[in-house]
Design a protein around this ligand. Structure first.
Ligand SMILES: NC(=O)c1ccc[n+]([C@@H]2O[C@H](COP(=O)([O-])OP(=O)(O)OC[C@H]3O[C@@H](n4cnc5c(N)ncnc54)[C@H](OP(=O)(O)O)[C@@H]3O)[C@@H](O)[C@H]2O)c1
Length: 331
């Protein structure tokens, strides 16, 4: 096994809308809520060395949940006007950037328009900004790694718990018609909000109307457990609710029975991971395979690095594994 050396560069102090200062070296910004504690602060320097990004650095910008729209706009204008700012990755404010700052983009890629959100911003040669929605792309790569080719021909279905940004992106990944037969027999999506379910359904109907879609508005774990009990063997069950990381807990009961031979995918890789624990407990007894969100995290950031620095990045194989291992060692 190759030794992994992790550069010990100190992260740059996190910025806020009131403390934005132009970059002194090529900088990819990271807009989130509490970016200082994200593992990408430690991962990026090791990737920059491995991928030959020279003296490029990553710098966080923190914006609280529910911040005023003009703060979001100020940050996007700052990137546009910052000569050494090369791009931005956005986690918690994708919809805010896609709506409040929409007119600041010279180009919006089709997936950003479809999803109504911007998760990655690049600088064009003429200084304009291009907005991307990268969750569907990263989600599709992670899904490919987790669900074996031909899996859906067994009649398995898919259940996505949570119709937020990640749940909507995965729905796009699962139902788009260009996959042909390689799609679940049915898709069930749960959420607490009817409005979010309808937004997701509008996208599902546009990209893959022939996959039967069931929307279930849930108010309790018991209701979600009943949804799981009705699924065929081999079904994919995705926790895209944020429970287990953003908030403690799980969308399913501690003793919920996952479908026989289910693939249980928790999009979280840190937090109390209660959904993942429930799945792991059923690995022996029910043939469940439990997966966490690490591969998705690595794909998401590598896709941003690819667009912002205009380089090729690996999506599988030993080169991808090396970057994933570097990230694990640095995190
Ligand atoms: N591994 C990765 O790289 C990666 C990438 C993207 C996302 N994620 C993770 O995926 C999760 C979701 O992210 P997101 O951006 O989609 O969050 P989000 O926009 O907040 O969406 C979560 C959705 O789930 C709903 N929900 C909450 N509890 C529920 C329950 N018990 N049953 C059904 N629905 C429920 C939420 O409703 P309310 O608004 O009413 O709470 C919300 O609509 C987060 O944990 C995030 O960290 C991981």
């Amino acid at each position: 096994m190759t030794a992994i050396d992790v550069p010990a560069a100190a992260p740059l102090p996190v910025l806020t809308p009131d403390t934005l200062v132009p970059a002194e070296q090529p900088t990819i910004y990271f807009l989130g809520v509490s970016t200082g504690s994200s593992s990408i602060q430690r991962v990026f320097p090791s990737w920059a060395a491995e991928l030959g990004l020279g003296d490029a650095v990553l710098r966080g910008i923190d914006l609280p949940v529910g911040a005023p729209a003009d703060h979001t706009r100020r940050i996007v204008e700052f990137l546009r006007d910052d000569a050494l700012g090369v791009g931005m990755q956005i986690t918690s404010h994708k919809i805010g950037v896609g709506t409040a700052a929409r007119d600041l983009f010279t180009h919006l890629r089709p997936l950003a328009t479809l999803m109504g959100e911007v998760s990655c911003v690049t600088k064009d040669e003429d200084g304009g900004l291009t907005g991307f929605a990268k969750d569907p792309v990263a989600g599709a790569l992670a899904l490919d790694a987790i669900v074996p080719t031909g899996h859906w021909s067994t009649g398995a279905g898919a259940v996505v718990l949570g119709a937020g940004g990640a749940g909507t992106a995965l729905t796009w990944c699962l139902v788009r018609r260009e996959l042909g037969e390689d799609r679940p027999g049915t898709l069930v999506v749960t959420d607490r909000s009817a409005e979010r379910l309808e937004h997701l359904a509008a996208i599902a109907r546009e990209v893959g109307p022939d996959v039967p879609l069931e929307l279930v508005q849930v108010a309790s774990a018991d209701e979600t457990d009943a949804v799981l009990a009705a699924q065929p063997a081999g079904s994919l069950v995705v926790n895209a609710t944020g429970l287990g990381k953003d908030l403690p807990g799980s969308p399913i009961g501690e003793d919920a029975l996952l479908p026989q031979d289910a693939i249980a995918w928790d999009l979280n890789y840190r937090g109390d991971l209660r959904f993942l624990e429930t799945a792991i407990r059923q690995e022996g007894s029910r043939g469940v395979r439990a997966e966490d969100g690490w591969t998705y995290f690595v794909h998401g950031w590598l896709q941003a690095v690819k667009e912002v620095f205009r380089i090729d990045v690996p999506t599988s194989g030993p080169d991808f594994d090396r970057l994933s291992d570097l990230a694990r060692a640095a995190r």
